[in-house]
Design a protein around this ligand. Structure first.
Ligand SMILES: O=C(O)c1ccccc1NCC(=O)[C@H](O)[C@H](O)COP(=O)(O)O
Length: 221
């Protein structure tokens, strides 16, 4: 049987992109609040984009080392289901955010080598969900959303005590292989379904979801 994954499409910036992501079959949709990103949303735009999501699709706010004041403003303005912490937030900060907002927290952890596996174990004791992502290069790149993969063999067959999602450089072409190698049953994509930074491509989103869900066309007989 072909494995199937639940898909998160991250970095949606327009209501039309949100509708296309939902139509394609995304189960999670991500909104980026990080000013240096081409996917950054002002609060009023974020609300508009979030309201274009259908019921039952989990709306995720991605922040990077955000303060309580910044998170307060986001949570007041935007209907949300999950907070994704994509910076260097400590385990204690993860717990504090859970307690303050009463929302599930997904902690992103960058993986580049075996030493990063211990970090994943640490966050698995506190976060509601883990995002296992490629570690960003140290050249001023964004903390995520760089379209870079990591060596999937590092996490082959690993499980954590919390649900987890694979991210980093996934595309319609490589997602099935990534799922096979890692055992991931939730996957996250941003740049792999864009036509330009911050602009999603409906056909790429559909192709990605189909590949992740194993909806491969039947060969003609
Ligand atoms: O997307 C951004 O611009 C961004 C900025 C700051 C922190 C994280 C960011 N994105 C994270 C993601 O979109 C994904 O969760 C993940 O990193 C995969 O991205 P990609 O490799 O582009 O598929």
């Amino acid at each position: 049987m072909v494995p199937s994954a639940r898909v998160k499409i991250c970095g949606l910036t327009r209501p039309s992109d949100m509708r296309a992501a939902v139509e394609a079959g995304a189960g999670y949709v991500g909104l980026v609040f990080f000013e240096k990103s081409p996917r950054h949303l002002a609060l009023d735009t974020a609300r508009e984009v979030a309201l274009a999501a259908a019921d039952g699709v989990a709306k995720v706010a991605l922040t990077v080392n955000a303060t309580d004041a910044q998170l307060d403003a986001i949570c007041v303005a935007v209907p949300l289901d999950i907070l994704q912490l994509h910076g260097s937030e400590s385990p204690a900060r993860v717990a504090a955010v859970q307690a303050r907002y009463g929302l599930p927290v997904m902690k992103a952890v960058g993986v580049a080598g075996a030493e990063d596996l211990a970090t994943l174990e640490t966050y698995a004791t506190v976060a509601d969900m883990l995002l296992v992502d490629a570690k960003p290069p140290k050249n001023g790149a964004l903390p995520g959303g760089n379209g870079l993969t990591f060596d999937w063999r590092l996490i082959a067959g690993r499980q954590w005590s919390r649900p987890w999602m694979l991210a980093g450089g996934l595309t319609a072409v490589n997602v099935a292989m990534a799922m096979e190698m890692t055992g991931a049953r939730q996957v996250d994509v941003s740049s792999g379904v864009e036509r330009a930074p911050g602009v999603k491509d409906p056909d790429k989103m559909q192709a990605f979801v189909d590949a992740a869900k194993g909806n491969v066309p039947c060969p003609k007989t």
